[in-house]
Ligand binder design. Sequence first.
Ligand SMILES: Cc1cc2nc3c(=O)[nH]c(=O)nc-3n(C[C@H](O)[C@H](O)[C@H](O)COP(=O)(O)OP(=O)(O)OC[C@H]3O[C@@H](n4cnc5c(N)ncnc54)[C@H](O)[C@@H]3O)c2cc1C
Length: 466
Amino acid sequence: MKAAQSSRRGFLVRGVGAGLAGLASARAPFAGAEAAPAAAGEWRNWSGNQRARPAAIHYPESEAALRRLVAQATGPLRAFGGSHSFSALVPSAGTLVSVERLAGLLAHDGATLRATLAAGTRLAQAGELLAAAGQNLENEPDINLQSLAGATATATHGTGRTLQCLSGYVRGLRLVLPDGELVECSAVRDAELFEAARVGLGALGVLSAVTLQNRAAYALRERTVVMDFDAACAHVEARRDSVRHVEFFVFPHGGTALVKEMELTDPGADPGPQVAAPTFDENVALEFAAEAVRRAPWLKGPIQRLVGLFVAGGERSGPAHRIFPGQRTVAFNEMEYTVAAGHGIECLREVVATIRARDLGVFFPVEFRYVAADDTWLGPCAGRAGAAISVHQYHRQDHRELFAAVEPVFHRFAGRPHWGKLHTLAAPALAALYPRWDDFLAVRRRADPRGRLLNPYLRTLFGVRA
Ligand SMILES: Cc1cc2nc3c(=O)[nH]c(=O)nc-3n(C[C@H](O)[C@H](O)[C@H](O)COP(=O)(O)OP(=O)(O)OC[C@H]3O[C@@H](n4cnc5c(N)ncnc54)[C@H](O)[C@@H]3O)c2cc1C
């Protein structure tokens, strides 16, 4: 198998970058472009929209140390992983704990294709470790910097009509409860705790290990192609059932879409790294495009049309864990809702029409993915196959106008929010969306009767008074 990466793409993107540089500003365009880094003792998330100044931040080096910390910490305690959530799941004035140092492959079984990894393992590391053991995750999200604990706690997903979110493949958990007790749970052992903790939002305990059902190591071929919006909608619907992974990125003001498909391919030869780090110029082009639209919103149409013209399609192939992840180097904030798969395109069309009708200043595309139904309690695809629709706003632009405009569309389609992304729903509305909501709350109360793992945001989600 030959690894392939469109060389035209780099060339053309460099050209767009240079052009956009001129459009955006003649002066240093990046001054202040990055969200301010966390100060000493401060925690912040990836995009910088969430910050906290906790009393303490701990990185225990063993499960025993984690148990002692959880049992002894005074005040509220919140766990964090890769800090890639946009919602306020983590911030706390109490204690923050990361299991970052609990990382690695703990056990694997070639017959069942199951593997147990320490919960702080990032998806990127998990991919390499599993591949060395002859396994790959069934599916992956579009970046791989999340921790296994964080990704499963929020039902992180990739795309694929037959493929569930990561939590759907969780077969066992090791969880440190708020009193420091270590529990191993699964579908047959402490089953209720297990079902709740599969998508637990860090509200039931601190995960130290996760057992996953995987697939024998496989290879993927990825193809990307630019189409106009209507053609892309028809294409994606037609390909939904026949391609393992299909998704698209829609540029509402440009009328175009970048369609991406990934199919199983011959794992044969060519194990080399196929994912080239984006060139400086690609990052420059993206940042300039976003920055230009921020400064001169009328440029959104021309610039999105340029993307359609110049971001050429491409093709590459290689081991699955190296093909799944992309790079997101320009920070944004994100809202995502999952609606019933059969209404996905209809909902997307309404979202796109809303952005156009209100002439909203946004450069980033709207992303559309399919996710299979699962039996988790709080996964957005609990009991129903879904279409996940994500709206992004450049981190230096206020996202509120854009998200407030599209969120009512998602509500009309009974959309369920991504737990790690921004939304405005609270307890009563959430209860109506999840058949097992009350079961989850009951398990949470049993696991954490004193509410030590709650922060103000979780209290709002769960309807728990301070
Ligand atoms: C650039 C970017 C791309 C993304 N792409 C996708 C995508 O393709 N698909 C998708 O579905 N989502 C995506 N997301 C969202 C992301 O996957 C989720 O928000 C995920 O939760 C982040 O994982 P994390 O390790 O950073 O966890 P954090 O954000 O640090 O924490 C998330 C939750 O997990 C809990 N948690 C963390 N560690 C533990 C632990 N040890 N025990 C118990 N609970 C714990 C936290 O308390 C919190 O509730 C993306 C986010 C970004 C910024």
